[in-house]
Design a protein around this ligand. Structure first.
Ligand code: SF4
Length: 465
């Protein structure tokens, strides 16, 4: 059993320090400010070709417990199965499974669909890792979503991750304490057995500006926060630095008071940074929750609503046209694919060897694509999931995610910025047509590379009849 799982199960507040595989290895602490500590190795943060956490873990002491990140970007299920096997051989216990942010060199497949970048979803990773056995599995969650639909979509997907077998959850980096409080309450009520950790960081103006410029996916930094940090630094750099560590210490202590099982500490791996943070924690360790919160508000000179929530939140309802499309697609699906008669007839037709002849196979594939591409954006994935995605094709998400959104939306807009997130559209539609449970509970299997560019009609009837 890993030490991390013991800390979390025994409600021993703990700290996990994040290290990049591109950085020079630093000494790692086993306790920090009287809390047990461990480390995490992040997967491809700086470039798409950063050294793999599995390869870099030997650069750190063996007796320090590690959480290895696995990001699904650019990965297929077969890659993940190989990774699990290697992780088992290297005696890895803790994994943090992520769908991943946009690849720096993402291919959209417009020139050649076979080259489209694929993202293996965290939900499917949890399913596979659970089957494999022997791991303590963490997943990420972004509670910092302010539009109703993107917020709902995140929580539906979280339910699937937990249903699939996630053992603990780590939040995205964020500074809105009201959101952290509400999320903790939700978890306590819905999944009291699942320990949660919050991602925190000593937020300097330089880091905030960098993340804002780089548009780091899913991190909310409001104009108020950026202006405030800049102004504070300009006024008195020494005091600003002291406040950075004071705020980080307070956020850690507030998370502890709120009932978080620990924190995941980003950008604090240098011994000098750790010493400053440790000192600040010692200074505030005896404060109550309300005292910490009052000091936090004072140090930010604001409250959550004014300072941390983005502007421009707009909540829409599904349009009449979307509802009508859903209803007609649903009717067709029932009639041609789900009914007993359709299954019997389809099974009979498609079990024939005729469809294995290359010409017939190709003709079927082209007919299917022609029928569905204009209607839903089909890309011949070979495993049609429309029935589980309210007839909104997962291939129209640039990452091809079927089980729910990544953490990268901003007010319902996709991380790729060129469209609305399809999972927000689905969440809105689900509410209007009473299908929330589908988004919350239907775990949609991943599509293996070899299934793509085959006819899903043939595959459907050959597996369902
Ligand atoms: S559509 Fe949604 S889930 Fe897909 S990449 Fe964009 S933000 Fe992420």
């Amino acid at each position: 059993m890993s030490s991390l799982s013991q800390f979390l199960k025994q409600h021993q507040f703990c700290i996990s320090f994040e290290y990049l595989t591109t950085a020079k290895p630093q000494p790692v602490l086993k306790t920090f400010a009287d809390f047990p500590a461990c480390m995490t190795l992040a997967d491809r943060v700086q470039t798409d070709h950063d050294p793999a956490p599995l390869d870099m873990m030997s650069a750190y002491p063996e007796d320090v417990d590690k959480i290895l990140h696995y990001s699904g970007k650019g990965q297929d299920i077969a890659d993940f199965e190989k990774f699990l096997e290697m992780a088992r051989r290297k005696d890895v216990h803790n994994l943090l499974l992520l769908s991943g942010d946009k690849l720096k060199q993402h291919h959209d497949g417009s020139e050649n669909p076979a080259l489209r970048s694929r993202y293996l979803e965290s939900v499917n990773q949890v399913v596979a890792a659970k089957k494999h056995g022997g791991f303590y599995l963490g997943v990420a969650f972004n509670p910092f979503k302010y539009a109703e639909a993107e917020h709902a979509a995140q929580y539906y997907k979280l339910n699937k991750k937990i249903q699939a077998g996630a053992d603990f959850v780590i939040t995205q980096l964020g500074f809105d304490l009201d959101v952290l409080r509400d999320y903790q309450q939700h978890m306590k009520q819905q999944y009291p057995q699942i320990p949660i950790m919050a991602c925190v960081m000593p937020l300097t103006f330089a880091r905030a500006r960098f993340m804002h410029k780089q548009k780091v996916a899913g991190i909310v930094l409001t104009p108020y926060m950026l202006n405030f940090l800049e102004h504070e630094k300009r006024l008195n750099p020494d005091m600003a630095e002291q406040n950075v560590y004071a705020r980080c210490a307070l956020q850690i202590l507030i998370c502890r008071h709120l009932g978080y099982a620990g924190v995941h500490l980003s950008a604090c791996h240098q011994p000098t940074e750790q010493a400053k943070l440790q000192q600040a924690i010692a200074q505030y360790a005896k404060l109550s929750l309300s005292e910490c919160r009052a000091l936090w508000d004072q140090l930010w000179q604001t409250t959550s609503i004014k300072g941390f929530q983005p502007e421009g939140v707009d909540n829409y309802r599904a349009s009449g046209e979307q509802i009508l499309k859903y209803k007609s697609m649903h009717m067709m699906h029932e009639l041609f694919f789900s009914s007993k008669m359709a299954k019997g007839l389809g099974g009979l037709v498609f079990s024939s060897n005729f469809w294995n002849k290359p010409k017939a196979d190709q003709a079927l594939l082209s007919t299917e694509l022609m029928t569905k591409q204009g209607m839903v954006g089909c890309e011949s994935c070979g495993q049609c999931r429309l029935g589980e995605t309210l007839y909104i094709c997962p291939e129209t998400c640039p990452k091809g995610l079927a089980n729910g959104p990544c953490g990268g939306t901003h007010l319902d807009r996709c991380e790729f910025e060129d469209r609305e997130c399809i999972h927000s559209v689905k969440a809105r539609l689900a509410k209007s047509v009473g299908q929330v449970n589908v988004l919350k509970h239907e775990i949609i299997p991943t599509v293996a590379i070899e299934t793509r560019q085959t006819s899903s009609w043939k595959n459907w009837f050959n597996t369902k009849s």
